[in-house]
Design a protein around this ligand. Structure first.
Ligand code: ADP
Ligand code: MG
Length: 257
């Protein structure tokens, strides 16, 4: 059974999609079978993993709203061992369309359970909100990975996210854990970054990943080429750190708690 990790933070631009795409690709690169699940209507993980939106006729919307089996929607990518459930702008209607439906919070969970045997990891890229789509992700997930950008007010809004996590733990998914807090877009030239690292570590302690993602130009360029960093520029610092993160995630899973 594959481990399901939701990459979530309701703030936009903190590195969720960059992390979901590159963690997935690096896990695949070290030989794991990975399913990347895009549930953001913007579909940035879909295009970032090299799937042309024009080539997608059915997407995660059809799974969530139309009950189409997940295995009919899964696409292969150019990265060996990496498959994807794509998203398109059609998904933007789902949040409202799901409201009056039965079992609206567990639809993604059921869909992923139906293909779980085929993967070691399933990584969900969440939209920048705490609505029904993110709730579906947290309900389906074994753990949540929270990217936090190294900037002023880094911790702002995190209490809302943690509150949502607690509500999901209480009502929908008692097993949900925090996989870890990932510091992203560190600018090593400023003191601010160091202050933010201290502050986040004080708050989350051992939950903070050892790996810290620096700002890296190649990481910012890769999506426009439809390639994860490990393909676009395997020698870049960006590729190195996401590979490190993938190894940390695998090692954490093996540690006896
Ligand atoms: P989110 O999914 O949380 O909205 P993204 O992953 O899309 O955030 O990142 C926001 C923007 O910052 C994107 O343009 C992305 O390419 C860029 N970016 C993300 N992480 C890095 C990084 N470590 N170095 C440079 N650019 C980055
Ligand atoms: Mg995103």
């Amino acid at each position: 059974m594959g481990k399901i990790i939701a990459v979530a933070n309701q703030k936009g631009g903190v590195g969720k999609t960059t992390t979901a795409v590159n963690l997935s690709a690096c896990l695949a690169y070290i030989g794991k079978k990975v399913l990347l699940v895009d549930i953001d209507p913007q579909g940035n993980a879909t295009s970032g993993a090299g799937v042309e939106k024009g080539d997608v006729d059915q997407c995660v919307y059809d799974i969530l709203v139309e009950d189409v089996p997940a295995n009919e929607i899964i696409k292969v990518t150019n990265v060996e061992n990496l498959h994807i459930i794509p998203s398109t702008i059609q998904l933007s209607g789902a949040e409202i369309e799901l409201v009056p439906t039965i079992s609206r919070e567990v639809r993604l969970k059921r869909a992923l359970a139906s293909v779980a045997e085929e993967y070691d990891y399933m990584i969900i890229d969440c939209p920048p909100s705490l609505g029904l789509l993110t709730i579906n992700a947290l309900t389906a997930a074994d753990s949540v990975l929270i990217p936090v950008q190294c900037e002023y007010y880094a911790l702002e809004g995190l209490s809302q996210l943690l509150n949502t996590v607690r509500l999901v733990q209480k009502h929908l998914n008692t097993e949900l854990e925090i996989e870890g807090v990932l510091l992203t877009m560190l600018d090593a030239r400023t003191n601010l970054g160091i202050q933010v690292i201290d502050e986040v570590k004080k708050y989350f302690r051992e939950k903070v990943f050892q790996t810290i993602i620096p700002r890296n130009v190649r990481l910012g360029e890769a999506p426009s080429h439809g390639q994860p960093i490990i393909i676009y520029d395997p020698k870049s610092r960006g590729a190195e750190v996401y590979l490190e993160l993938a190894k940390e995630v695998v090692a954490d899973g093996q540690r006896v708690r």
